[in-house]
Design a protein around this ligand. Structure first.
Ligand SMILES: [Zn+2]
Ligand SMILES: [Zn+2]
Length: 173
């Protein structure tokens, strides 16, 4: 499998590096980094001061050169009635997106002595692995340690691991 990462707007090199490394380690796939893309026109909702996640998925699917493509943005995303999303993908689609905007909030888990930089890097890795999992057909998993667990807050992101649980692995790997 080939996954193309599509950075949208300004994105630190470290984010691209962590995303790429996370995907390669879990899916053993080829990963490329696309040229930076401008934020899609019309994605901004001035009433909410947030960006529509769907527009980024569409962009990733359109410009990405992979079998699966993931947009990564530092902008704050929302989807339908949810206040925000860390990421979004359609089941078995070829485009997906994550936002780093809300992954930078300090850890509230308190179970780790690790630096904020390391915690942030782990969240980025987990979120890209999670969204690409959806594009491979995986739905949310009840196992709180599994990367496919639904994690609406960073606390739940921090609890889960970067890997797919055994049952999810058997479905896609
Ligand atoms: Zn999900
Ligand atoms: Zn699982």
């Amino acid at each position: 499998m080939h996954v193309d990462i599509v950075p949208v707007g300004d994105l630190p090199a470290a984010v691209k590096r962590e995303a790429s490394s996370g995907l390669r380690s879990v899916y053993d796939c080829e990963v490329t980094i696309h040229d930076n893309q401008p934020v899609p026109e019309g994605a901004y909702d001035s009433g909410r001061e947030q960006y529509r996640a769907e527009e980024f998925i569409e962009l990733a699917g359109r410009v990405g050169s992979g079998e699966k493509n993931i947009a990564i943005t530092a902008n704050d995303l929302y989807y339908r009635r949810r206040n925000y999303v860390f990421g979004l993908a359609y089941l078995s689609g070829n485009g997906s997106v994550i936002s780093t905007y809300r992954l930078q909030t300090s850890s509230d888990g308190g179970f780790s002595e690790r630096s904020a930089t390391d915690i942030f890097a782990d969240r980025v890795r987990k979120e890209v692995v999670h969204e690409i999992g959806h594009t491979l057909g995986l739905e949310h998993c009840d196992n709180s340690r599994c990367v496919m667990n639904f994690s609406p807050t960073v606390r739940e992101v921090d609890v889960k691991e970067e890997n797919l649980c055994g049952s999810c692995q058997r479905l896609v790997l």
